[in-house]
Design a protein around this ligand. Structure first.
Ligand code: PXP
Length: 251
């Protein structure tokens, strides 16, 4: 059990995915729904500690207007996921969200775990990390739970890592799940020992979270798809509150 409350970052990308499925090129139409700002407000009302969104270079879900509208909500802690590029760095430095999480978008940036290959592009990630830090932004790197990537995060000066839980989530309820959980456990320990803040995300749901909660040193979980899916049945506020309750009182 974590000694302090584990924070819940709600990733709202898939609320925008649903809107774009019908309103691509017309997201500012008065008919466009769902309203991602209203979705965000409901997530906050349900107990979200922060809101995460990914402004992808292909703008497949979240749009620039969404980022600006959500960043303007008073008191909201925004975590902007983005590619490690000069264009996105300029965008973030102008926006100044509380946090940026650097994620891979192109195939050559991706490790076997699906996380950002920090070790394979140290100079590029260091330059971006330092530019963001100089703007007062907390920088997190979305990486696989492997020692070389964790060591590389320290080498580029990132204070936070978000460990990729996707391989574990894919293995959940299969014989491979224990090994994936053990890899995450080792990654959490290694990152913590090096002084990093340890977050985790991708593929976490209302069921597999009980295994995630056995991991040490976690600070924040970023969860999107499962919450958005449950919101169809329980509403956004109810879905977020249910996940928040699981974080606070694991069954
Ligand atoms: N963390 C990061 C860095 C992500 O890119 C995403 C979205 O893929 C998530 C967490 C949330 O993942 P999911 O939607 O599977 O909960």
């Amino acid at each position: 059990m974590p000694s302090r409350p584990l924070l819940l970052g709600v990733n709202i990308d898939h609320a925008a995915t649903l809107r774009q499925a019908r309103y691509r090129g017309a997201h500012l139409s008065p008919h466009a729904e769902p309203d991602v700002v209203a979705f965000t407000r409901e997530a906050l009302a349900g107990g979200a500690d922060g809101i995460t969104l990914h402004l992808r270079e292909d703008r497949r879900h979240i749009q620039d207007d969404d980022v600006h509208a959500i960043a303007a909500i008073p008191g909201l802690r925004l975590n902007l996921e983005m590619a490690c590029t000069p264009t996105m760095t300029d965008f973030a430095v102008r926006l100044r969200p509380a946090a940026v999480c650097l994620v891979p978008e192109s195939r050559e940036e991706v490790t076997t775990e699906g996380g950002l290959d920090v070790a394979g592009q140290l100079a590029r990630v260091r330059e971006t990390t330092q530019a963001l830090k100089a703007a007062g932004i907390e920088v997190s790197l979305f990486i696989g739970p492997d020692a070389p990537q964790i060591d590389a995060a320290v080498a580029v000066g990132a204070p936070v890592v978000e460990l990729h839980t996707g391989a574990f989530a894919n293995a959940w309820k299969s014989p491979a799940a224990d090994a994936e959980l053990a890899r995450l456990r080792a990654g959490c320990g290694h990152a913590h020992q090096l002084g990093l803040i340890v977050n985790a995300g991708h593929g976490i749901n209302y069921d597999n979270i009980r295994a995630i909660l056995t991991l040490p040193h976690l600070h924040e979980l970023n969860i999107g798809h499962s919450i958005v899916a449950r919101a169809l049945f329980k509403g956004v506020r109810g879905a977020v509150a249910e996940m928040k309750a699981r974080l606070t009182n694991p069954a």
